[in-house]
Design a protein around this ligand. Structure first.
Ligand SMILES: NC(=O)c1ccc[n+]([C@@H]2O[C@H](COP(=O)([O-])OP(=O)(O)OC[C@H]3O[C@@H](n4cnc5c(N)ncnc54)[C@H](OP(=O)(O)O)[C@@H]3O)[C@@H](O)[C@H]2O)c1
Length: 329
């Protein structure tokens, strides 16, 4: 789910590389009518039926990766609740349609969203969740429902993927997240970027393919293990950096300081000041080495420059970098 999105498109690409005996479904991204609840109900149910029918044609098990969701900090509560309802509905449909085969369900959650104001340094899977935004609270609801769903059935496993800030070519630029992509695009267009968190705010930025690859490996391990289990794992680069540090990397690469306007904003209250993550779960499945932040940023800038020079206008349906994915910067 969410195969046309930033993370979902990379998961779709990397899953068959990490799990060669996998059949991908559907052949093309579904493109569900996410903002029309009635049509979504009909199409989600039809998709679940069709997926279950395909799974019964000789497969030993199934996997569903939920990479959907258009929300972030500051998204309207109704939008977030609709996303959560869609996930809950899919879990019901999976119970009803896919009960004959064992399966694994992965959820894209948000490390920043769920840990919120938790003071632990570093934050690990053992840290308590203290969300401070509606986005984080919805992610907790989603995680809890998935874990309960998996525990209620003997042949279900699940992965709760608590992702740090993902970056890479192909990220949407029309939302107040994706700092690196938005900085790069504003630099290329020589426009200032408005930033509403302080410059000393610490964040962890993870190359999207590193996240997608680790998720695929976790799914494979869950599928192949004798015992069904539920895993909660933090997916992060484990290298926190301040916003001014990011600006410094941009300045070194481009020999120009990005122009930012930093001004207070009501959403600042929902943005935690600093994160440092460290996963203690299945570390052997994390990519080694992870993509270096400066290499990744360079790659994003190159892609945006190429798009800008060829006059490709940005629109959400034609995301910078989406047409020619590359797995390394
Ligand atoms: N990007 C990050 O830094 C980050 C960090 C932490 C967690 N996450 C989580 O990872 C997931 C994917 O994020 P992303 O950055 O890949 O998002 P994205 O590029 O906006 O893609 C999300 C996909 O979700 C589907 N979608 C669109 N509107 C939706 C709605 N109103 N409700 C539910 N689904 C909708 C679409 O799927 P179709 O293509 O099938 O139409 C879309 O392609 C989200 O759940 C997000 O909260 C992302």
């Amino acid at each position: 789910l969410g195969q046309g999105g930033f993370l979902g498109s990379r998961v779709r690409l990397l899953l068959p590389r990490e799990i060669p005996d996998l059949g991908l479904w559907p052949p093309r991204p579904l493109g569900l009518p996410w903002t029309d609840p009635d049509r979504l109900e009909i199409e989600l149910e039809a998709a679940a039926r069709s997926f279950a029918a395909e799974a019964r044609t000789g497969y030993r098990s199934w996997m569903i990766a939920w990479c959907a969701g258009s929300g972030g900090v500051g998204t309207r509560p109704e939008t977030l609740q609709a996303e959560t309802r869609a996930l809950f509905r899919l879990l019901e449909l999976a119970s009803a349609q896919l009960s004959e085969l064992p399966g694994v369900f992965a959820l894209s959650s948000s490390a920043g969203g769920v840990y919120g104001s938790c003071p632990d340094l570093p934050l690990t899977e053992a840290s308590p969740c203290q969300p401070i935004s509606e986005y984080g609270r919805n992610k907790i609801l989603q995680e809890t429902r998935l874990l309960t769903w998996a525990a209620a059935q003997p042949d279900r496993s699940c992965l709760v993927a608590r992702l740090s800030n993902l970056y890479g070519p192909g990220q949407r630029l029309d939302r107040p997240q994706g700092l690196i992509s938005r900085l790069s695009w504003s630099l290329v267009r020589q426009e200032p970027l408005h930033i509403y968190v302080p410059l000393d705010t610490l964040r962890d930025h993870l190359w999207v393919d590193d996240a997608a690859r680790s998720m695929a490996r976790c799914l494979l391990r869950l599928r192949d293990s004798e015992q069904r289990s539920s895993i909660v794992k933090v997916f992060a680069s484990e290298q926190s950096i301040s916003l001014s540090g990011i600006l410094g990397i941009f300045a070194r690469i481009t020999r120009r300081m990005p122009r930012v306007v930093s001004a207070p904003h009501p959403l600042r209250e929902q943005q935690p000041r600093g994160f440092r993550f460290r996963s203690t779960v299945w570390r052997d499945l994390d990519p080694v080495p992870r993509v270096e932040l400066s290499d990744g940023i360079h790659s994003v800038i190159r892609r945006h420059l190429a798009l800008h020079q060829t006059g490709n206008p940005f629109s959400p349906s034609r995301r910078p970098g989406a047409a020619t994915p590359s797995s390394t910067p």
